[in-house]
Design a protein around this ligand. Structure first.
Ligand code: HEC
Length: 182
């Protein structure tokens, strides 16, 4: 017991107060460190995914072309084929036929067949068509704009203020379309 060793007659309550103070400092210190770690942990994925992504409102289109990758990286053609044929996201097949996806049921014929589309359009042109088909084909086109914010439109709630495809998904679809050569 400290007050016995030092000869000072400190009351036990004071010791308790000291040790609980130390503990509080310890917790505060730990909390501070943990807080810093959390901040970094929260920033890391953002930094990785968000760094080069072009926001829908900031896409630069000129002469029917969008030169820069929306995600800052090349897309993945295999993933792109998935979005292309998937019935939920791109659903391109609802309107476009395409030999490469011939095994998929229910091809639409509302839009032109996309066979050899990479021979007809450059990557930058395909990006523009996907980002905002209306800017390329005119407002009357029924092809959706896949990288425009869906605001004040009659859309399902989960799409409000979002884009149909993400920047990465658009790049994936472009990478897939670039494989469609004749
Ligand atoms: C609701 C129907 C519809 C959907 C869904 C649709 N498109 Fe289209 N698309 C069209 C139409 C119609 C055109 C022709 C342009 C026009 O006259 O409006 C077109 C044109 C195109 C063209 C130019 C083709 C050419 O040969 O000139 C490309 C490329 C294209 N679409 C890609 C896609 C991709 C990729 C998707 C899916 C992410 C998609 N479209 C989804 C209707 C659609």
């Amino acid at each position: 017991m400290r007050w016995l060793e030092t000869g000072r007659h400190e009351k036990p309550e004071r010791l308790v107060a000291i040790s609980s103070n130390r503990m509080r400092e310890g917790i505060l210190h730990f909390g501070y460190k943990a807080g810093i770690c959390l901040v970094f942990a929260a920033l890391l994925p953002l930094g990785a995914a968000g760094a080069a992504t072009v926001a829908p409102d900031s896409v630069r289109m000129s002469d029917g072309m969008v030169e820069a990758s929306l995600s800052g990286a090349p897309g993945d053609p295999a993933a792109g084929k998935k979005w292309f044929t998937g019935r939920k996201l791109g659903n391109c097949l609802a309107c476009h036929a395409n030999q490469d996806a011939a095994s998929q049921p229910f091809h639409g014929e509302i839009g032109p067949a996309l066979d050899g589309v990479a021979d007809r359009y450059s990557e930058a042109q395909l990006r523009a068509i996907l980002v905002n088909s209306k800017a390329v084909f005119g407002d009357a086109t029924i092809m959706p704009a896949f990288y425009r914010l869906l605001k004040d439109q009659r859309v399902r709630k989960e799409f409000d203020g979002k884009t149909i495809l993400s920047a990465e998904q658009v790049e994936d679809v472009i990478a897939y379309l670039m494989t469609l050569k004749e």
